[in-house]
Design a protein around this ligand. Structure first.
Ligand code: SF4
Length: 347
């Protein structure tokens, strides 16, 4: 069978492997599932699987449907470029806190249909959703990468904040999270997975009703709706009033504190009016505001002018405006800029 037509084991649940097992007793499925979770790169590494079954597996399955074709590193950040079975390219990022902790930032789509004006991925347009295996494989690739570069370090957070809008690919993401979380496999805690969305009402409602209950971040940017419509066109079909209704539902149904991400641009969304609107939006929700001084992408414009990163004073003043409105605020440090691996720079 052609390599790219084979089924990628990383995208299968344990039950699916049981159903598709070509031969042998069912306990072999658990052994295979556990080998895949370890990120092995050849069937020969399945040392407790008989050679005959290894050969049968090779005929029908592949371990990875994607491969790493490029790596860029700047000490604290490593960006990998993956080539997918149809030759499409995506990027995933490993961020270090400078100690022993690593965060894996993974993508859910090739490109993105949301078209946020400040995001490089959004400027590329949309090609397709990633399938479940392509999502899980990013984690496995990043973990294999860190085994060579940061041995002893642990990936203790996954943020679904890479290329694409996760809630527009929720069925595949949901299954990928199920596989990542399976105790017999990768066993990654749901509490350490964050989905970041630009605020897609249908997806938020589905997530609030049907889970999984992971951490949630909303890329808010501003809650001044006319400005938000210009910066984030998805606002037209997903008004903030509805977004908030579903965030409240998510918290009523067991979801925890929501991070409201505010990428900050010079002279655009750092006005008193923006602080007022964010304070109003946050009322009744358990939130923390995360200020992200915008990471420059050369070709992006707003209102005919190049977008600019905010000055330190603009950032400081805006944080003060929010804090004076009794909001909890954190500021994200610049990470990964030199490898174009920071927020909004992928693509
Ligand atoms: S910020 Fe996120 S949702 Fe918006 S265009 Fe970029 S990838 Fe898509």
């Amino acid at each position: 069978m052609l390599e790219r037509m084979k089924i990628a084991l990383a995208g299968l649940t344990l039950n699916e492997i049981k159903e598709l097992l070509p031969s042998g007793p069912q306990f072999r499925a658990s052994q295979i599932f556990s080998w895949v979770a370890r990120g092995i790169t050849s069937f020969e590494e399945m040392t407790n699987i008989p050679l005959s079954l290894q050969n049968e597996l090779k005929e029908k399955f592949c371990l990875f449907s994607s491969n790493v074709i490029n790596r860029l590193e700047d000490g604290q950040t490593k960006k990998i470029v993956l080539s997918l079975k149809d030759e499409a390219k995506i990027e995933s990022v490993l961020l270090s806190d400078g100690k022993k902790r690593l965060t894996a930032c993974i993508s859910t789509q090739v490109g993105c249909p949301a078209g946020c004006v400040f995001c490089k991925t959004g400027s590329l347009g949309f090609k397709r959703n990633l399938d479940c295996a392509e999502i899980v494989e990013q984690f496995l690739h990043l973990r294999n990468e860190k085994a060579t570069g940061n041995s002893g370090h642990i990936i203790d957070n996954i943020v679904v904040m890479g290329m694409g809008e996760p809630l527009l690919n929720l069925p595949n993401l949901r299954k990928a999270i199920l596989i990542l979380n399976d105790k017999k496999g990768i066993n990654f805690s749901l509490r350490r997975i964050t989905i970041s969305t630009c605020g897609i009402c249908g997806g938020l409602f589905d997530l609030a009703q049907n889970g999984p209950v992971v951490r949630l971040a909303l890329s808010l940017t501003t809650a001044d709706e006319p400005l938000r419509r210009l910066l984030m066109p998805v606002t037209n079909a997903n008004p903030l009033e509805k977004v908030k209704e579903y965030l409240l539902l998510y918290q009523r149904n067991g979801g925890g504190r929501i991070t409201l991400e505010v990428p900050l641009f010079s002279q655009i969304n750092c006005r008193e009016k923006d602080a007022d609107s964010i304070a109003e939006f946050a009322k009744g929700l358990d939130t923390v505001i995360n200020i992200i001084p915008w990471n420059p992408v050369a070709e992006l414009e707003f209102n005919g002018k190049p977008l600019a990163e905010p000055s330190e004073k603009e950032v400081k003043d805006f944080i003060q405006m929010l804090e004076s409105r009794k909001l909890k605020v954190t500021k994200r440090l610049h990470k990964g800029r030199s490898v174009m691996g920071a927020c909004g720079q992928l693509g």
